[in-house]
Design a protein around this ligand. Structure first.
Ligand SMILES: *[C@@H]1O[C@H](CO)[C@@H](O)[C@H](O)[C@H]1NC(C)=O
Ligand SMILES: *[C@@H]1O[C@H](CO)[C@@H](O)[C@H](O)[C@H]1NC(C)=O
Ligand SMILES: *[C@@H]1O[C@H](CO)[C@@H](O)[C@H](O)[C@H]1NC(C)=O
Ligand SMILES: *[C@@H]1O[C@H](CO)[C@@H](O)[C@H](O)[C@H]1NC(C)=O
Length: 490
């Protein structure tokens, strides 16, 4: 009886909220709606000043741009492991030299590119500074000996951190352990940085707004059949499809019917980095389970974590040691899913949802016709690396509310399919996107840059596509500047 009553109450409550008939949605701790949050609107206002000035310079305009003439430019990175980390740094360095970072409102990432982004955004003025220093720092870590991550001392640290996390009320998993390894691989010592701390890097509009993506999956469904796109910004974490967002500080806390029930300490960003890049947890945890010190063959694989022989032998840990059950559990648990308390818990999707354009835009799962089986039913969100589905961080840029005009697509992913697959996916969803036509011949001999646009489809962004290769740069050292060798040959 009690259960039926509460379910009914819940239904009434939420159906009252959605059509905006009453004001109670204002008391909720989950923001329901598809518009951008106030903080993002404020950010855009402030950012416009920088963008207008930068565009004037880059495009050599004589007059100032009016507010409504300023295009929304976004830089979009694509997935991979260490390669995306290093190439993200490289691309941003290049874009900075051309003053293009200052023209961008957004910077999006997934998987290994989030490692680079999270590192940059801990500095509140990163795009104003020389990136070489940051790159040297990253280089130091990328090339350092990885065996330390298996040392007994380090294992004690993992064990302690995971226990603490569990005590705080989080559900720990192998992905949290992976996050702690990522922390080791990218930093010296403990990294106390959190996602919400990055607000300091955008509150004056001084840098593009970072958006990190992940997907929420469901047991027993492949990512083709079921996934919900989630976006993470310094301000909010949420579902583009359901129009449900929470403050980034609250991500991981317990919610019921849209209200914050129990506040958990915000996760350190290394745990999010582990979740965003969970595709790559396999390799390391696999080696770990083998307890095999000969890691050399690993290095030959696609560079997830380049290993180099270590000068010094590190004592290896064996899971049978005197460590916590949390750690042992994490070591034997091989599923690459991170679980967080679901902030949709107790909310019911009203039938109006199914008629909402935004919902339809991301209506790409086998369960969409039966909303009561969608994500709001579960106790936990099951979050994984977007690379399990597709190696792109583009979807948040295709929310109509963001009105993105130009996307710089930095392509670091292996295989020729990514762009074609993305286009097909957007076309199936009815999302305006330019058609990408690359002949077999062109695909074999890619150039450094392509421009795709679709003037006939309203709302389709212009796409600038940059494969990662060196073709004309062989004879040019900068746009329009011939290299000395090429000059010589001339
Ligand atoms: C994404 O990239 C990673 C690394 O390059 C690769 O292992 C993975 O299979 C890719 N994902 C898809 C869906 O192609
Ligand atoms: C998934 O499938 C397994 C085996 O068929 C079953 O035991 C489990 O209950 C299923 N899980 C869900 C959430 O349906
Ligand atoms: C980029 O995209 C093209 C076409 O989709 C593909 O052939 C190429 O291998 C991709 N990867 C890189 C690193 O450029
Ligand atoms: C491209 O290749 C040339 C010749 O091998 C090299 O000198 C140049 O530094 C490369 N440029 C880039 C951007 O990698």
């Amino acid at each position: 009886m009690l259960i039926i009553l509460s379910a009914e109450f819940c239904f009434l409550h939420v159906s009252c909220v959605f059509p905006g008939l009453c004001s109670s949605s204002e008391d909720l701790d989950v923001r329901l709606g598809f518009d951008l949050c106030t903080e993002e609107h404020d950010f855009l206002c402030k950012r416009k000043k920088y963008v207008a000035a930068a565009l004037k310079k880059v495009l050599q305009l004589e007059e100032d741009l009016q507010d409504d003439e300023i295009p929304v430019v976004a830089i979009m990175t694509t997935g991979g492991g260490m390669r995306s980390l290093t190439t993200t740094y490289g691309s941003l360095l290049g874009l900075k030299k051309l003053n293009v970072i200052d023209c961008a409102m957004y910077l999006t990432g997934l998987s290994g590119t989030t490692w680079a982004m999270a590192n940059l955004y801990r500095d509140s003025d990163w795009s104003w500074k020389d990136l070489e220093g940051k790159i040297d720092e990253a280089r130091k870590h990328v090339t350092k000996c990885k065996m330390g991550s298996f040392s007994t001392e380090r294992m004690k640290y993992y064990s302690k951190e995971l226990c603490q996390r569990k005590q705080e009320g989080h559900r720990t998993s192998a992905i949290d352990l992976w996050g702690l390894i990522v922390e080791y691989l990218l930093h010296d010592g403990k990294d106390i940085h959190k996602l919400s701390d990055q607000q300091q890097a955008v509150d004056q509009g001084q840098n593009p707004l970072p958006i990190y993506v992940a997907i929420n999956v469901k047991d027993n469904y492949s990512t083709l059949d079921f996934k919900d796109w989630m976006e993470f910004t310094p301000y909010e974490v949420g579902f583009m499809k359901y129009g449900a967002f929470i403050r980034s500080e609250d991500f991981g806390s317990e919610f019921f019917m849209g209200r914050l029930m129990r506040r958990l300490p915000e996760s350190r960003i290394c745990y999010l980095e582990g979740m965003w890049s969970s595709l790559f947890s396999f390799n390391l945890l696999y080696i770990w389970n083998l307890k095999n010190p000969l890691l050399a063959s690993f290095a030959e694989e696609e560079s997830v974590l380049p290993m180099r022989p270590c000068e010094q032998k590190t004592q290896l840990f064996t899971p049978a040691g005197p460590f916590s059950s949390v750690l042992r559990g994490a070591l034997t648990d091989r599923i690459s899913v991170a679980q967080y308390h679901s902030f949709l818990k107790g909310l019911q999707l009203h039938k109006d949802y199914l008629e909402n354009d935004n919902f339809c835009r991301w209506k790409d799962t086998v369960l969409d016709t039966s909303p009561n089986q969608l994500t709001e039913t579960g106790e936990y969100l099951s979050l994984v690396d977007t690379g399990f589905f597709i190696n792109t961080s583009c979807p948040p840029l295709l929310r109509p509310e963001r009105k993105v005009d130009v996307i710089l697509h930095l392509n670091y992913s292996a295989g020729s399919q990514i762009l074609v697959r993305s286009c097909k996916y957007y076309a199936e969803q009815g999302i305006p996107f330019p058609k990408v036509v690359l002949s077999e011949e062109e695909r074999k001999n890619l150039k450094e840059c392509y421009l795709f646009e679709d003037a006939e489809t309203p709302g389709a962004p212009i796409l600038l596509f940059f494969p990662l290769l060196n073709d004309t740069y062989q004879s040019y050292k900068a746009p329009g500047k011939l290299s000395t060798i090429a000059k010589h040959l001339e």
